[in-house]
Design a protein around this ligand. Structure first.
Ligand SMILES: Nc1ncnc2c1ncn2[C@@H]1O[C@H](COP(=O)(O)OP(=O)(O)O)[C@@H](O)[C@H]1O
Ligand SMILES: [Mg+2]
Length: 336
């Protein structure tokens, strides 16, 4: 077996706050192969952003990370923040929900696009500008020459997000992380940007982590999907397996909450009852147990461990949809 591009084992990110220790990421393990796309889904507050931020070391200053994050075998948790930025600067890029907070409002688009290649790839400014034009064309921005001289506020939301993607691609990253990259955009623009991301990912053979609170966004655009609940990965499988035969009760509930075109008009949209877990809570049991209709006594007293079934499908549910399988084995380094 080859080394995965990214290999995460038992990652924890805990943030001390006045209301207690927030266990935003709690024992997360997964692998990502080169050129593959992983969808990361879960309700708002489940720890998706904290997980991807933990990978590249941009967590709040007080946050403590433990576990293992390996990129090409190198343990990223052993690097200092500065060392990490140097190491990841050109290899991993991230696109956030709100481009206005990550674009510098007083710097022209052109300058923001050339900064990375000049710093990380040692390009001279002329060459970097030619590349900037090329990148703007690739992300579908009309009149790129004019755009280079403009400031972020002169662009629409969708155009700004395209610029962010161009900046992210400028150093030819091996891994692109898109955290709710289209959530702030209207539906039509959202689809265009998601399709653009998928197209660029395939064309460049980049690995990608696509983060969304919306399962519909990752369906059809990812190879695998990981489902996060209460700071934990509770299920991971190929996208087809996850949609066709989810094993975890929470995933089932998420799928049931998606509006479907083939349902008769007026079918009420199911939502998941109860509130998301409090991440300061400790104690035994499955974090989803309080909201789970299939809960048995053991769910309240025992924390389910992540197990791997045939085909690499993993889940942490004591009463999986479709019943337990005898072939399931514990995932190394997952949980406690
Ligand atoms: N800067 C912070 N300080 C303390 N807690 C935070 C901070 N940012 C996020 N959190 C908490 O971490 C948890 C996970 O948040 P987040 O990763 O943003 O969730 P998601 O991206 O899935 O919506 C939440 O309980 C949130 O309140
Ligand atoms: Mg988030």
């Amino acid at each position: 077996m080859t080394t995965p591009l990214l290999s995460v084992r038992d990652l924890r990110t805990h943030i001390p706050t006045p209301r207690g220790l927030v266990r935003a990421v709690e024992g997360v393990s997964f692998d990502l192969e080169r050129g593959r796309t992983l969808g990361l889904v879960g309700e708002s507050g489940s720890g998706k952003s904290m997980l991807v931020r933990s990978l590249i070391g941009i967590t709040p200053a007080r946050a403590e990370r433990s576990g293992e994050i390996r990129m090409d075998g190198e343990d990223l948790l052993r690097l200092s923040r500065a060392g990490l930025r140097r190491y990841l600067g050109r290899r991993v890029a991230m696109v956030f929900q709100d481009p206005m907070t990550s674009l510098n409002p007083v710097v022209r688009i052109g300058r923001q696009l050339t900064e990375g290649p000049v710093r990380h790839l040692g390009m001279n400014r002329r060459r970097a500008e030619e590349r900037a034009l090329e990148l703007l064309r690739q992300v579908g921005i009309p009149e790129p020459e004019r755009r280079l001289r403009q400031y972020p506020h002169q662009l629409s939301g969708g155009m700004r997000q395209r610029v962010m993607i161009a900046i992210a691609l400028a150093c030819e990253p091996e891994l692109l992380i898109a955290d709710e990259a289209t959530t702030a955009l209207d539906v039509t623009v959202q689809k265009q940007i998601l399709d653009l991301l998928s197209h660029l990912q395939r064309e460049r053979g980049m690995a990608m982590i696509m983060v969304s609170h919306d399962l519909g966004v990752v369906a059809g655009r990812t190879d695998e999907v990981a489902v996060m609940y209460g700071g934990r990965l509770v299920e991971q499988a190929t996208t087809t397996a996850l949609f066709d035969a989810p094993r975890h009760r929470y995933t089932r509930a998420l799928l049931d909450a998606i509006p479907r075109m083939d349902h008769p008009r007026g079918t009420p949209l199911r939502t998941i009852e109860g509130s998301p877990p409090d991440l300061t809570r400790t104690g035994p049991g499955c974090p989803f147990a309080p909201r789970c209709a299939a809960r048995v006594d053991a769910c309240v007293t025992t924390e389910p461990q992540l197990v791997r079934e045939d085909g690499g499908h993993t889940h942490a549910c004591l009463v999986p949809v479709g019943g337990p399988r005898r072939t399931a084995t514990a995932v190394r380094g997952a949980g406690t």
